[in-house]
Design a protein around this ligand. Structure first.
Ligand code: TTP
Ligand code: MG
Length: 366
């Protein structure tokens, strides 16, 4: 891992599709290419969700009433949204991101943070990976994305917007301080037009002004945002990239201080493992179909046995019933054991045991 002033430096990417909905429409309807396009409702009271870069030159943009957009750009083509198509592209880019790192945090259909400090493939260069990811996206979806590369989420996100469309902006650690110092306040994440106005009234125009401001005063006037801005203006942004992907399996194991061989000694350990596992499954809101027990004997031979249930397992007693069979009905019932583990797989998302609500009227059983 790269170090800067003795500190470990992360490599964080922010990738964001260009004029996302509008670009998908232009891709799928060649007649719209090169023309000012807005995606949104064409009705009198409709609103523009996004506009192609051709339309942006006329001052058309997100959240603008369609009527005003048409006044600004009379030749504007307004098309309705096709969310299915956008979701499909979203899944494609997500799959590309996940080929490079496990740490993918989607923010919306068209954007995500990626931590590529230790990538799954390719060199550990944020710049090279960003270029590859952009090329993959273009090849797979025929759409362009912009990427920002830096040491944290904040800088990566600001960077990705700097050279849109089809941009790639890198802010290395040695340039971060100067960059943040010169950054206008309105470009700081979380600062809308209102906050920007209030900051300006206090004489805060740039990141350098933020750094010079009294942090207590900032926190008093702007609350949490004030504290956050003071921190990021100093380049302090340790927020991790958190992937919300569902786990494929969950497991727990214990190595004993001394080898155990009697069932009476092993039974409570197994019970504890199953209880811990059931609690984690509940927090993750998953049920499981397969239970695996792992036994390492004192002579280090390893035994793993699995059983897949017909239905979904979720409670500790259910897990224990299966784990018991697997652990104790083995070929070596009395051999000393040094490690015992239980894991669950074939996980399914969903509330575990939903009590059927009473129906207001009788229904026919299937
Ligand atoms: P953005 O990434 O904010 O915008 P964009 O991709 O259209 O343009 P760019 O990133 O190049 O500046 O939003 C992604 C999509 O989300 C956008 O295509 C449409 C939708 N969206 C809305 O529906 N309403 C909104 O107010 C905004 C900002 C976006
Ligand atoms: Mg976008």
């Amino acid at each position: 891992m790269r170090r800067y002033h003795g500190k470990r430096v992360r490599k964080v990417l922010h990738v964001d599709m260009d004029a996302f909905y509008a670009s998908v429409e232009q891709r799928d309807r060649p007649k719209l290419r090169g023309r000012p396009v807005a995606v949104g409702s064409a009705s009198q009271r409709g609103v523009v969700m996004t506009a192609s870069y051709e339309a942006r030159r006329f001052g058309v943009g997100s959240a603008m009433p369609t009527a005003r957009a048409l006044r600004r750009c009379p030749e504007l083509v307004v098309v309705p949204a096709r969310f299915e198509a956008y979701r499909a592209v979203s899944a494609e880019i997500r799959a590309i991101f996940e080929r490079y790192t496990d740490l993918v945090e989607p923010l919306a259909l068209d954007e995500a943070y990626l931590d590529v400090t230790e990538p799954r493939r390719g060199p550990a260069s944020g710049t090279v990976l960003a270029r590859q990811i952009k090329a993959d996206i273009l090849m797979r979806t025929r759409l362009t994305a912009s990427a920002g590369v830096s040491t944290g989420k904040f800088l990566a996100k600001v960077a990705s917007a700097l050279e849109k469309p089809d941009g790639l902006t890198v802010i290395p650690p040695e340039r971060a301080e100067a960059f943040l110092g010169g950054l206008p306040i309105a470009r700081f994440h979380g600062v809308g037009p209102r906050t920007a106005e209030r900051m300006t009234a206090l004489g805060i125009h740039t990141g350098a002004d933020l750094r010079a401001a009294d942090p207590h005063e900032l926190a008093r006037v702007f609350g949490k945002l004030g504290h956050f801005l003071h921190e990021v203006a100093h380049g302090r942004d340790d927020r991790p990239v958190v992937s919300h992907r569902e786990p494929k399996s969950l497991g727990a194991e214990t190595t004993f201080a001394r080898d155990l061989s009697r069932r009476a000694e092993l039974e409570p350990v197994l019970e504890e493992l199953c209880q811990g596992l059931a609690a984690r499954m509940e927090r993750a809101r998953v049920s499981a179909r397969t239970v695996t027990v792992k036994v390492r004997y004192a002579d280090f031979t390893l035994l793993t046995r699995s059983r897949t249930a017909q239905g979904d397992l979720c409670t500790a007693p259910e897990l224990l019933a299966t784990a018991r069979v697997l652990a104790f009905e083995t070929a070596r019932p009395d051999a000393p054991i040094r490690l015992l583990g239980v894991s669950v797989s074939h996980l399914r998302q969903g509330p575990l045991r939903v009590v059927q609500p009473t129906l207001p009227f009788p229904t026919a059983d299937p």
